[in-house]
Design a protein around this ligand. Sequence first.
Ligand code: GTP
Length: 224
Amino acid sequence: MNTAGIVLAGGKSSRFGGEKSLAKIGGKAMVARSVDALAGTDAIVVVARPELAEKIPRNRPIAVICDLPRYRGKGPLAGIYSAMMAVDARWYAVLPCDTPWIGKRTVARLLQERDPAYDAIVARTEGRIQPLVAVFHNSVKEKIREQLETDRLSMRALFARCRLKCIDFAQEMVFANINTKEDYILQQKEAGDVDEKTNQSGGGHPQSDGPSAYRRKGACADSD
Ligand SMILES: Nc1nc2c(ncn2[C@@H]2O[C@H](COP(=O)(O)OP(=O)(O)OP(=O)(O)O)[C@@H](O)[C@H]2O)c(=O)[nH]1
């Protein structure tokens, strides 16, 4: 197949204290929001921890797998590699499970930039790379394997070995990620899930409206 989508949901969520991929924003589990953002790809793989695999919402046809036992505990590269081994594609679009505002537009933009002269295409906002919002050519699989075998586990180390194309995005807020409960409460408020005065749960805001920070700025969030 030409393109596969990978959602990384195999982290420890230790800063969050609970399983962040299943936490809801706008009435939908964050992992399902990432799956939706990848709906333009030919197949979607969610890479989750074994104890979580059954709980991943099947809101679309997806494959749910776990990190290969050999690389368990080695972080996002283990998840990307395990998905690449599970599904054969020419290009892989990768998203984390904790960026609720990334939608199809961001993914489409990155996929649009596929180019035989590059093997990795990564999002950048205000000069900073967003390492887990990227598209990889399947030739990168072997580089990841080499790194996993030698415990070079950072995404930066991988990018340093890739012909890298950085794509600038103006709306940094779209890339906001959730690490802690405080981050979560903030983004729930942005989604209209929580009444800001009473701190009570609201009805859940339609995903298409995006963070209210965008609505205030009159800009458009990338979630549809
Ligand atoms: N498949 C897989 N995904 C991972 C792994 N480690 C992190 N991720 C995912 O990568 C993204 C970013 O993870 P982090 O928030 O940096 O790490 P985390 O382990 O989830 O959370 P903390 O324990 O709070 O650091 C999230 O989507 C994680 O689910 C891993 O070992 N395997």
